[in-house]
Design a binder for this molecule. Structure first.
Ligand code: PRP
Ligand code: URA
Length: 219
């Protein structure tokens, strides 16, 4: 529940958790209802840095020859930088920091507003490369609740031939995790927490409220 401990969910989908006291502290700031919009955006940015770090552990690298002020040697660069795809609005608060971590990355955009009556995702923006063959993709959205918005985004990516997708989230509900697992899509999850579940209006509990509103105000 609260914190960064992640129980095992299923066998098929890889789940990585950021397990660090600083991540837990930033998550606490995000959860706290007294945190204002500016402080919320700051904590989300800090936590995104840790999530991207976690998501790139073990990423393939290419060796590059360099010369230090002292001697010629060999360094590395990411072999295949991920396409960053923030899901608007809430994912906007993650993209600047993610891009700072991977400055060579390209960025696509998806806009989805969940219908709070039906809980169904209502897409309103799609700006993605046509062909994602061989391209790793990081989807940035702090909240994985029912999973409907993430699944819609993954479908957009898979229809463009993406086969290496990472959902980068802050708080996930078990229901959303199960939805991703059961989809059979080529996705893994990096998150700071898996919470208790959804309440009667499909908000994550304990959660952190509406991640878009807490950054940008009500829509
Ligand atoms: C939030 C969140 C996810 C979605 C999660 O966005 O950022 O995109 O809800 O819910 P789901 O897993 O049940 O689909 P919201 O629709 O509130 O839009 P916003 O980011 O513009 O506030
Ligand atoms: N969207 C949010 O922003 N928060 C939730 O708890 C669920 C959906």
């Amino acid at each position: 529940m609260v914190g960064v401990s992640v129980p095992s969910y299923g066998e098929s989908m890889q789940i990585r958790a950021v397990d660090h006291p600083l991540a837990a502290a930033r998550l606490t700031t995000l959860r706290d209802e007294t945190t204002g919009n500016a402080a919320f955006r700051g904590a989300l940015s800090d936590l995104t840095q840790m999530l991207i770090y976690e998501a790139l552990i073990g990423a393939p690298v290419t060796e590059v020859p360099i010369t230090t002020p002292v001697v010629a040697t060999t360094g590395v660069k990411l072999a295949s930088p991920p396409l960053l795809v923030p899901v608007l609005r809430a994912g906007l608060g993650m993209v600047e920091q993610a891009h700072a971590m991977v400055p060579e990355a390209n960025v696509g955009f998806v806009g989805i507003a969940r219908n709070e009556e039906t809980r169904e995702p209502v897409p309103y923006l799609e700006s993605l490369p046509d062909d994602l063959t061989g391209q790793p993709v990081f989807v940035l959205d702090p909240m994985l609740a029912t999973g409907g918005s993430m699944l819609h985004t993954i479908e957009l990516l898979v229809s463009r031939k993406a086969t290496d997708i990472t959902a980068v989230c802050v708080v996930a509900a078990p229901e959303g995790v199960a939805a991703l697992e059961n989809s059979g899509y080529p996705v893994r999850l990096v998150t700071a927490a898996i919470d208790d579940g959804l309440n009667e209006v499909a908000y994550i509990t304990p959660g952190l409220g509406d991640a878009g509103d807490r950054q940008f105000g009500p829509r």
